[in-house]
Design a protein around this ligand. Structure first.
Ligand code: OSB
Ligand code: MG
Length: 358
């Protein structure tokens, strides 16, 4: 985006998670999050870099993103950078927020959203110590009102677990996410999941694959949803054309910001493929951006966008993000991303700060 900025401030914060989050690729107990502040004309726009602490979900991690932002993002070399979308996307999102504030409109309006006044919410539940612990967690989330449950699976924590969950919660909108833990050789095992009438299986195969997913989708009744494999609208177009997925998870960071997220959304919408907003254990800032994104018309399925209190004892935004008893988050009408930043708390958890030249 061609927005003029006077100054870009990078900040790394540390936020301990209330509950460790475990996927097929690892376990997270504390987040190291980079925030990007884009300043101009006395206004600040904010973005969040959504990469993990290690390069296990994709190739980026907190320290690589810091260097990418410091040495490239704010220079005329940025356009030539390949991938590193989460780092660049953090700045891109800050620019959108800054633009929204310049016009005095909410971010959801600035990006062309606003198709709904409240967004439907689901939860993503990590791998647990026991099936009993998982069942208790699901029960608590349903009691809180969440509209859809996603559980993480991996070889050894899949068919048996889903069977128990389904027995206990026969009516719940349920899905699984494998984070690339399987290969085509596991097709028979994955096909066993068909009997549980799941909404979808998210990213069963390799993070960079489309063709094997198409072969797998042809063998499954359950829709495949792609996450890791879709970084661009071009990928989305190819995946849909090949029949590699019937649903797409859109994450702002993974695709490099609102501009590409909208392009993917548009490709999916015109193909009749539903999309939903994924999550990356964001602080309140990234969470607020996800809420804005979720108001585009094609975001018809509940996202992994849930309440601050599921992650943090204290969030950096005020008020914290809250979810209604019917499992929705209401839009806010303040300019920009819609929440106040708790500056005092933010400063107290900031471990480094640097002004990137412009
Ligand atoms: O694959 O959707 C994923 C968290 C970290 C990395 C990848 C994923 C996730 C989640 C958590 O599922 C979603 C959330 O609650 O933010
Ligand atoms: Mg996923």
């Amino acid at each position: 985006m061609e927005t003029r900025v006077d100054r870009i401030v990078l900040r790394e914060i540390r936020m301990p998670l209330l509950h460790a989050f475990e996927t097929s690729f690892g376990r997270t107990t504390e987040r190291r999050i980079i925030l990007v502040e884009a300043c101009a004309d006395g206004l600040s726009g904010w973005g969040e870099v959504t990469c993990g602490e290690d390069p296990f979900y994709n190739e980026e991690w907190t320290d690589s993103a810091w260097l990418m932002l410091r040495d490239y993002a704010a220079t005329d070399k940025a356009a030539a950078v390949r991938d590193n979308r989460m780092a660049l996307g953090g700045l891109e999102a800050a620019m959108w927020d800054l633009e929204a504030r310049r016009y005095g409109v909410p971010l959801w309006e600035q990006i062309g959203g606003g198709a709904r006044r409240e967004i439907p919410c689901g939860v993503s539940i990590g791998i647990q110590e026991s099936i009993d612990a998982l069942l208790r967690k699901i029960d608590a989330e349903l009691t809180a009102g969440y509209q859809r449950i996603k559980i993480k699976i991996k070889p050894g924590w899949d068919v048996l677990v889903v069977n128990e969950v389904r027995k206990r919660f026969p009516q719940t909108r349920l899905m699984v996410d494998a984070n690339s833990a399987y290969t085509l050789a596991d097709a028979d095992r994955l096909r066993q999941l068909d009997e549980f009438y799941l909404m979808m299986i998210e990213q069963p195969l390799a993070h960079d694959d489309i063709i094997d997913h198409a072969e797998l989708q042809a063998k499954l009744a359950t829709p495949i949803c792609l996450d890791e494999s879709i970084r661009t609208a071009h990928h989305a177009e190819q995946a849909i054309r090949l029949g590699a997925c019937r649903i797409i998870n859109i994450k702002l960071g993974r695709v490099g910001g609102f501009a590409e997220a909208r392009r993917i959304h548009d490709v999916a919408l015109s193909a009749g493929v539903p999309v939903w907003c994924g999550g990356m254990l964001e602080s309140g800032i990234g969470r607020a951006h996800n809420i804005a994104l979720s108001t585009l018309p094609g975001f018809v399925l509940p996202g992994d966008v849930s309440a601050s209190r599921r992650y943090w004892a204290r969030d950096i935004v005020v008020p914290p993000v809250e979810v209604s008893a019917r499992g929705t988050i209401a839009l806010r009408d303040e300019p920009g991303f819609g929440y106040e930043i708790d500056r005092e708390y933010l400063d107290s958890i900031t471990v480094r700060r640097e002004v990137a030249a412009r």
